[in-house]
Ligand binder design. Structure first.
Ligand code: KIV
Length: 271
């Protein structure tokens, strides 16, 4: 357990304090124990067990198939690897749109799995859920702009907030989230100027993804950050490593060593 002198956030309050202190926040997604162990050794401020697990880990075309069970299993694995890190779990598709009691049950399952907070997309229509969760001691993060769980309504993954009307709506929702007690909000795929304006108008931090440099923090899908994708890299997802190349190189070396008989060596064998 870290002490209050720690510089890394260990709770949702630390996120708000970081913004007040003008300190930027770094977040990545994480879905498994192995990466959680590595992230535990990093300075990354927070880990999101995102419903993007459905796409990144399970090959689905959207986040919609992420079930509560799937999110619980990934959250447990991440918490086993990095219990000291601040872990936020995504509430999956529709799990917070069937009434307060059902939403609380879902959040309970994720918190008992090891999450320290939950994230929900949007705000209109589930204000009561957010209020009750916050009042019950569950830190809530919002998610505005492109809400991937609404992909069917958008008809594709599109930048949001380009028209004046849509920009005003996103700003209004951000203020509502803050009023309801959310400790932070993700802003996904909105123009940088809008993200900047929302960020200035809130005292809770904004965590951007495809929302420009004016947000209080940034989040990336870990596999994008590591350059693990061989076919698609979104414009906003800078690869900070050539992960795919490194993995393919290692596999080629292993394959060669097996086929030339140089692996395993006597030192790698038991007498
Ligand atoms: O599930 C996810 O990966 C997310 C990020 C895009 C913020 O919600």
């Amino acid at each position: 357990m870290r002490t209050s002198e720690s510089t890394l956030p260990v709770s949702s309050n630390d996120f708000v304090r970081a913004k007040a202190a003008g300190r930027k926040l770094s977040m990545v997604t994480c879905y498994d124990y192995t990466f959680a162990r590595l992230l535990a050794r990093s300075q990354i401020d927070g880990m999101l067990v995102g419903d993007s697990a459905a796409m990144v880990m399970h090959g689905h075309a959207s986040t919609l198939p992420a079930s509560l069970d799937l999110m619980r299993i990934h959250t447990e694995a991440v918490a086993r690897g990095a219990a000291d890190k601040f872990i936020i779990a995504d509430m999956p598709f529709l799990s917070y749109r069937k009434g307060v009691a059902a939403a609380l049950d879902a959040a309970q399952s994720l918190m008992l799995a090891g999450a320290h907070a939950v994230k929900m997309e949007g705000v209109d229509g589930h204000e009561d859920v957010i209020e009750r969760m916050v009042g019950s001691g569950i830190p809530v993060m919002g998610h505005l702009g492109l809400q991937p769980q609404s992909v069917r309504a958008y008809g594709g993954y599109r930048v949001q907030g380009r028209s004046d009307e849509s920009a005003c709506e996103i700003s209004r929702r951000a203020r509502t989230l803050q009023e309801l007690g959310a400790f932070a909000t993700v802003l996904e795929c909105v123009p940088a100027s809008l993200a900047c304006q929302i960020t200035r108008s809130l005292h809770i931090p904004t965590i951007g993804i495809g929302a420009g440099a004016g947000c209080d923090g940034q989040i990336l899908v870990l596999q994008d950050l590591l350059g693990m994708n061989v076919d698609f890299q979104p414009r906003f997802a800078r690869p900070f490593a050539d992960g795919a190349r490194n993995v393919l190189d290692a596999l080629a070396q292993f394959d060669g060593a097996v086929k030339t008989g140089t692996f395993p060596s006597p030192e790698e064998s038991y007498t």
